[in-house]
Design a binder for this molecule. Structure first.
Ligand SMILES: [Zn+2]
Length: 188
């Protein structure tokens, strides 16, 4: 008489749902493979140990059960993290929009600083300033912006898009998905 390692995984976080699904799978196994030394999941009968370890991967949870379950015991359930695909998608989107925003600011600043005229008039303090004293897009005298309303709006819009995506990514990172591996050594 030996033992065969059996394990099922459920991508539900709630124990009740996992228990219901496992009981169903046990019944199906008993019906299909019988109740004696089948080496199948039916031999484990029910979940007798819950270990909410939240291991990094499904494989680690299965390995843990394989190494810690004793033959003749009921099944062992070990939780693991389900990779949050939604989160990484949102992260990537926020990052892309952040880079777009940064590039737009760089491009507008570069275009402004490379202008050919020797002087610039500030529409805020009405000064006429030599470009020699201008090293940014703000007036050195009054700190008002030299940028056109169109450019300012483009930057604001790009920044707002990034902020919205960033907030969505933050919300996504809070959702924690766990699943359960359930199994053990079934007598065979
Ligand atoms: Zn000014």
């Amino acid at each position: 008489m030996g033992a065969a390692f059996c394990c099922l995984t459920y991508n539900f976080s709630h124990k009740e749902e996992v228990k219901t699904a496992f009981d169903f799978d046990v019944q199906r196994s008993l019906t299909q493979s019988g109740s004696e030394y089948s080496g199948e999941i039916g031999m484990l009968q029910k979940i007798s140990a819950w270990k909410d370890l939240r291991l990094a991967t499904q494989e680690e949870a299965e390995k843990f059960i394989e190494n810690n379950h004793e033959k003749w015991d009921g099944a062992m359930a070990v939780s693991f993290h389900i990779p949050n695909k939604y989160k990484s998608k949102e992260d990537a989107k926020a990052q892309k929009l952040y880079l777009a925003y940064q590039n737009l600011v760089r491009e507008i600043n570069k275009r402004f600083l490379e202008r050919k005229s020797l002087f610039i008039g500030c529409k805020h303090c009405k000064s006429r300033i030599s470009m020699k004293f201008v090293s940014s897009t703000t007036c050195p005298l009054c700190s008002g912006s030299f940028l056109s309303d169109t450019d300012k709006k483009r930057i604001e819009k790009a920044e707002a898009k990034y902020r919205i995506a960033n907030d969505a990514a933050k919300v996504a990172s809070k959702s924690e998905d766990i699943g359960w591996a359930v199994g053990g050594w079934a007598s065979s």
